[in-house]
Design a protein around this ligand. Structure first.
Ligand code: SAH
Ligand code: TYD
Ligand code: ZN
Length: 408
């Protein structure tokens, strides 16, 4: 029998469509001297028959993921720095035009977005439970509170700072299973004409590209316009705009407002109709996704084994959180990958969770180019290709697995 779970949004029935097996915490990079037992959970995902929300079958306690040592620093990509600078400018122009506007961000991380808001002299608050990354935000002049955003903390903001004109969250709302608490908090915090704007990986792109590594502990939900519209309604909110973004392999930016307060943009109806046509959460489309993922896994492992057997040097590029799913699901360890290079100091000298591949600095890659590089940070392909032309010039080849396994 196919396992089921209770929908975190509507309490309907979630039917599993993909089981990735036992997985570690994706950002728990490990000190090689650490001999303590690693934490594992079962990563499986399903879709709700009632509200269409794609979600994990099991939830990982939030404190295990987001804490002082959380090693993801948003400013590590120049494309993302530009993206968040222009996002801040857009939010300020469109939603913070009145007297003394107030901007709140969930998951402000190292201040990559709020830095621009702070520089503009606009009142703001970043909610960030991971204290390490938040210190970098503070150094940039960003006002941060180290707490999880939820109803209680939202009420406190409302009491102390007054209503927010815009609440923004990038790659954070999909990390939060307790949506009822967050959306009740947001409705309490927003000014009457205020908006909640958030952007997260789009299940429509995940389905199209079979980018199964968008599933890992921190990504509890994979949203669509349809599932977000259905969720918002339950809280008196309405989906009034959607925008497709090229970031992180394909995302959607959603704008929610109080029901009836704004006329929805034509893009909303158009995307809802497109999703209807694609039947993204129908059993047929979901089982085709599962099948393609299985095929890609086999091809990737075959390719890596064959390269090893030919005595080629293969390294990974980018110790992403996503890579935890790829490495552990495919059984890729130090026998197939010599090391993974990554520019994040907090990950260097550590082992990847579960798969135990050493993470080394960028110089380890450029000092002695390997024959092949497995592009684990495939969502940053353009930026990486632009700066690594030397690798190709030296005869190196990229190995990719999204949307299918190929060398380029
Ligand atoms: N916005 C950044 C960071 C994304 S990583 C970007 O797009 O790059 C997700 C961040 O959300 C982490 O820094 C994590 O600590 C934070 N987070 C997780 N749960 C949260 C919650 N309930 N409220 C606020 N931040 C949260
Ligand atoms: P990212 O794909 O943004 O997110 P996630 O961890 O959620 O999957 O992570 C990118 C990682 O790749 C991050 O650890 C920084 C690293 N990186 C490099 O090492 N070099 C680069 O040029 C870029 C863009 C990223
Ligand atoms: Zn549901």
């Amino acid at each position: 029998m196919v396992p089921t779970a209770t929908c975190r949004v509507c309490a309907g029935t979630v039917t599993e469509f993909m089981d990735f097996g036992r997985q570690p915490l994706s950002d728990a990079f490990r000190d090689p001297a650490d001999t303590s037992e690693e934490f594992f959970y079962r990563l499986a995902v399903g879709a709700c028959a009632d509200c269409e929300m794609v979600q994990m079958m099991e939830e990982v306690p939030r404190e295990r993921m987001f804490h002082e040592g959380y090693p993801y620093y948003s400013s590590g990509s120049s494309v993302m720095r530009d993206h968040f600078r222009s996002t801040a400018q857009k939010l300020l122009a469109e939603h913070a035009a009145g007297d003394d506007p107030f901007v709140v961000e969930l998951g402000c991380n190292d201040g990559v977005m709020l830095e621009t808001v702070a520089r503009a002299g606009v009142r703001h608050l970043g909610m960030e439970p991971s204290t390490g990354v938040s210190e970098v935000a503070r150094d940039k002049g960003v006002r941060v509170r180290n707490a999880f955003f939820e109803k209680a903390t939202a009420l406190r903001i409302r009491e102390e700072d007054g209503p927010a004109d815009v609440v923004y969250a990038a790659n954070t709302f999909c990390h939060i299973p307790y949506v009822d608490s967050v959306l009740e908090g947001i409705t309490a915090l927003l000014a009457p004409g205020g908006v909640f704007v958030f952007e997260d990986p789009y299940f429509g792109d995940v389905s199209e590209k079979a980018s199964f590594d968008q599933f890992y502990d921190e990504h509890f939900f994979l949203f669509t316009a349809t599932s977000v519209r259905n969720m918002a309604r339950r809280f008196g909110l309405e989906l009034v705009d959607v925008e497709r973004l090229p970031t992180h392999g394909g995302e959607l930016r959603y704008t929610l407002a109080r029901e009836g307060s704004r006329t929805p943009a034509p893009a909303v109806g158009a995307l809802l109709a497109e999703e209807d046509k694609r039947a993204l959460t129908s059993p047929e489309v979901l089982s085709s996704f599962t099948r393609r993922v299985g095929e890609n896994r086999e091809r990737l492992v075959e390719e890596l084994r064959s390269l090893r057997d030919q005595g080629r040097r293969v390294v990974g590029y980018g110790a992403t959180a996503k890579s935890a799913t790829v490495l552990n699901f495919c059984g890729i360890g130090p026998d197939l990958l010599e090391f993974i290079c990554d520019t994040t100091p907090a990950k260097q000298g550590r082992l990847t969770p579960g798969s135990h591949v050493m993470v080394r600095d960028h110089g380890a890659f450029t000092d002695s180019y390997p024959d092949y590089a497995l592009l684990l940070a495939w969502n940053h392909a353009e930026e990486i290709m632009a700066k690594e032309t030397g690798f190709r010039d030296a005869g190196g080849r990229w190995l990719r697995y999204v949307p299918d396994v190929r060398t380029t």
